[in-house]
Write a protein that binds this ligand. Structure first.
Ligand code: HEM
Ligand code: HEM
Length: 265
C-alpha cells in the first residue's frame, strides 16, 4: 500500500463546488425573505448545483477510473455488508473508490438535486404543489447530506484515515496499480470555466422586474411569486425598480438586463 492518486481534479472541484452551492442555496432559503432581491442568489446557487450534477453525470461515463459509475458498488449484499461493518464493527471489505453507501448516497443526491431544481423552476408557473414538493425534497436532500457527512466522520475516526483530506488532495492509501494515471487538470480547468460561464449566464438572464430567470439552453422561467399573481407590484416592474435594483447592486448586471429587455422589443 502507498499513497496514490484516486480522485481526479474534476471530481474534487465538483465535490466542493456542489457542497458550496447547496450550503448557499439552503442558507439563503432559510434566512432570506423570498421576495427580497437577495433571494436571486438562491436561484443562482440552486441552478449551479443542478448544472454541476449534469456535468458530473457525463464525467461518470467518460471520466477517470474511480469517477465512473461503472466503478461504483451498488450490489444490495455489498451494501448490507458494508453497513453492518460500519455500524456494528468488524472487518468489512475496503473500497478504494466509492463504497456501497456512498454510491447509493451519490445517486440519491443527484436525483434529489435535479428534482429540486426542476420543481424550483416550475414553481413560478405551477403554484403551491411544486413549492411543497420543492421543500420536502430539499429536506430529504439535507438528510442524505447529513448522513453522508456523518459517515465520513465515522470512517475518519474508526479507520484513522482522513478521507475528507483525500477529497482535497485526491490521494488515499491503495495499491499502486489502483492509481489513476492523470488528475485530468485540463478537464478541471474546463469545468471551472463552464460553471463560471453558466453562473454568469444565469445572472445575466435574471430579470428582477419581470420576475423571470432565463437559463442557458433551457429557456425562461417565472420564479418566486411570479406566477401566483398576488403581488401586483412584482409584475408592473416600475414600482420595483428603485428598491430592488439598488438592493441587488452586488450583481452589477441589473442595468444590462434592462438594456437587453429593451433590445428584445
Ligand atoms: C453539502 C455538503 C456535501 C455534499 C453535497 C457532498 C456530496 C458528495 C458527493 C456527491 C460525493 C460523490 C463525489 C463524486 O463521485 O463526484 C461525495 C463524496 C465524498 N465526500 Fe462529500 N459532500 C458534502 C460534504 C462533505 C464534507 C464536509 C466532507 C468531509 C469533511 C466530504 C467528504 C467526502 C468524501 C471523503 C467523499 C468520498 C467518499 C467515498 O467515496 O467513500 N463531503 N460527497
Ligand atoms: C438544489 C438546489 C436547491 C435547494 C437545496 C433549494 C432549497 C430550498 C428550500 C429549503 C426552500 C424552503 C425555504 C422556506 O422554508 O421557506 C426553498 C424555497 C424556494 N426555492 Fe429553492 N432550492 C434549490 C433550488 C432552487 C431553484 C433552482 C429555484 C428556482 C429557480 C428555487 C426556487 C425557490 C423558491 C421560489 C422558493 C420559495 C418558496 C416559498 O415561497 O416559500 N430553488 N428552496
Amino acid at each position: 500500500m502507498a499513497r496514490v492518486q484516486i480522485w481526479d481534479l474534476p471530481v474534487r472541484i465538483f465535490h466542493w463546488l456542489l457542497a458550496a452551492a447547496l450550503v448557499t442555496a439552503f442558507t439563503i432559503a432559510l434566512t432570506v425573505d423570498d421576495e427580497s432581491a437577495t433571494f436571486a442568489f438562491h436561484y443562482l446557487a440552486g441552478s449551479v448545483a443542478g448544472f454541476l450534477v449534469l456535468l458530473r453525470i457525463v464525467w461518470g461515463v467518460v471520466g477517470s477510473r474511480w469517477a465512473r459509475f461503472r466503478d461504483f458498488t451498488f450490489g444490495p449484499s455489498a451494501l448490507a455488508g458494508y453497513l453492518r461493518a460500519a455500524l456494528f464493527g468488524g472487518d468489512g471489505a475496503r473500497y478504494v473508490g466509492h463504497n456501497p453507501a456512498t454510491s447509493w448516497a451519490v445517486i440519491a443526491m443527484f436525483a434529489l438535486i435535479l428534482s429540486i431544481v426542476t420543481t424550483g423552476l416550475l414553481m413560478g408557473s405551477g403554484g403551491e404543489a411544486f413549492e411543497e414538493i420543492h421543500e420536502i425534497l430539499a429536506w430529504t436532500l439535507a438528510a442524505v447530506v447529513g448522513a453522508h457527512v456523518a459517515g465520513v466522520a465515522l470512517h475518519t475516526v474508526r479507520h484513522q484515515e482522513n478521507i475528507g483530506a483525500a477529497m482535497v488532495t485526491g490521494q488515499r492509501e491503495a495499491e499502486p496499480t489502483q492509481a489513476i494515471t492523470s488528475t485530468r487538470p485540463l478537464v478541471g480547468v474546463a469545468l471551472l470555466a463552464a460553471v463560471g460561464a453558466f453562473a454568469f449566464g444565469v445572472s445575466r438572464g435574471y430579470d428582477a422586474a419581470a420576475g423571470t430567470v432565463t437559463l442557458p439552453l433551457l429557456g425562461t422561467f417565472a420564479v418566486g411569486e411570479g406566477g401566483e399573481g398576488d403581488e401586483g407590484g412584482d409584475h408592473d416592474g416600475a414600482s420595483d425598480e428603485g428598491g430592488d435594483r439598488d438592493g441587488a447592486s452586488g450583481e452589477g448586471d441589473e442595468d444590462d438586463d434592462a438594456d437587453e429587455g429593451a433590445d428584445e422589443h
